[in-house]
Design a protein around this ligand. Structure first.
Ligand SMILES: *[C@@H]1O[C@H](CO)[C@@H](O)[C@H](O)[C@H]1NC(C)=O
Ligand SMILES: *[C@@H]1O[C@H](CO)[C@@H](O)[C@H](O)[C@H]1NC(C)=O
Ligand SMILES: *[C@@H]1O[C@H](CO)[C@@H](O)[C@H](O)[C@H]1NC(C)=O
Length: 307
């Protein structure tokens, strides 16, 4: 008697129908996988080149609670492009709200000042950091990061100042320093190479003077050199490469190690040499720079506009 035969077998579809169904299922799964892979390798196009700031952080980096609290108390960012010709920090300096004027530094372990693009000893370390920056009588370890050999001699016998004779960059490699000629109407200004020009990685491209300098992975160095409980101040003047550097600091979880950041964002600005004309040396507009500062503050970075 075969009435005990399982109920469903009576209704089981013929073998080739089964094959068709399995085949369709397989094809569906395969297409789903492909779609996932496709999306991964073709992410939506980034806005600006500050893509990293919009993304979820790739590496863990905790913003200390105190800093989030203080950010609204920093001087407001200047949203309007300055139309006058500015030389240096000048009259903006009096508006800067320095962190140590609002908090007590006694619980920090070490005090560190890093000057990226230090140039002359007196251009920012001597004249600004040592004289003006409120230090609550703490002694700061000072690192001067400067790739241009012309300035190295000044750092030879400075006590408490360590010279790192490299360009601050996102990997250890040799980079091109250049100087784009400034052309306004029929006049051409040529200068010695004084920094990297964003987007320019090789000689040529209209650069009037080039030289090669060693660059180091500043992100990696920072993570190995400072700890969360150190109080770290950074001045960044890296001639247009700041956007990429800041992106990687955020992406690789090192931005939180910096307590206070003074950043010059190089935008296409009016300059003194050329009777108030834009010289098209940098690609970023003032608005893009302003947006970058805003994003950084929203992420818990105590950043100041530096000029
Ligand atoms: C720093 O030291 C000087 C002299 O030793 C003292 O007069 C001053 O009050 C101190 N400042 C702070 C912020 O501790
Ligand atoms: C870069 O070079 C320094 C000095 O040689 C080295 O200590 C460091 O590990 C290098 N960093 C990377 C990411 O390779
Ligand atoms: C600036 O942007 C223009 C157009 O997008 C591009 O051709 C040029 O190479 C860029 N220059 C620099 C220095 O990045």
């Amino acid at each position: 008697m075969n009435s005990r035969k399982p109920f469903f077998s009576k209704y089981a579809p013929p073998l080739n129908l089964k094959l068709i169904i399995y085949g369709m299922l397989l094809a569906f799964l395969l297409l789903t996988c492909l779609a996932v892979i496709w999306n991964k390798s073709y992410p939506s196009p980034p806005t600006l080149s500050t893509a990293a700031l919009g993304r979820q952080q790739v590496e863990e980096c905790r913003v200390p609670e105190y800093r989030r609290r203080l950010i609204p108390q920093l001087e407001p960012l200047i949203s309007e492009e300055p139309l006058e010709i500015w030389e240096g920090l000048g009259k903006q300096e009096k508006n800067v709200k320095y962190l140590p004027s609002m908090i007590d530094l006694s619980s920090n372990a070490r005090f560190i000042y890093i000057d990226l693009g230090a140039r002359d000893y007196d251009s920012s370390i001597g004249s600004w950091f040592l004289k003006q920056y409120p230090k609550q009588n703490k002694t700061f370890e000072i690192y001067a990061v400067e790739a241009d050999k012309a300035f190295h001699k000044q750092y030879e016998s400075r006590e408490g100042v360590t010279l790192l004779p490299y360009a601050a960059w996102v990997k250890n490699e040799t980079v091109v320093f250049g100087s784009k000629p400034i052309i306004v109407k029929d006049k051409v200004w040529r200068m010695r190479p004084f920094g990297r020009i964003e987007g320019q990685t090789a000689e040529g491209d209209g650069l009037s003077a080039v030289t090669r300098v060693p660059a180091f992975d500043f992100v990696d160095w920072l993570k190995r050199t400072v700890r969360e409980r150190d109080f770290v101040v950074v001045k960044m003047d890296v001639e247009g490469t700041e956007i990429r550097l800041v992106e990687e600091l955020v992406e690789r979880g090192a931005m939180c190690l910096i307590d206070e950041l003074f950043m010059e964002c190089h935008f296409d600005r009016y300059v003194k040499c050329c009777s108030g004309e834009r010289i098209n040396r940098f690609n970023y507009s003032y608005a893009q720079c302003y947006h970058l500062f805003l994003q950084l503050r929203n992420k818990g970075c105590a950043v100041h506009q530096w000029w």
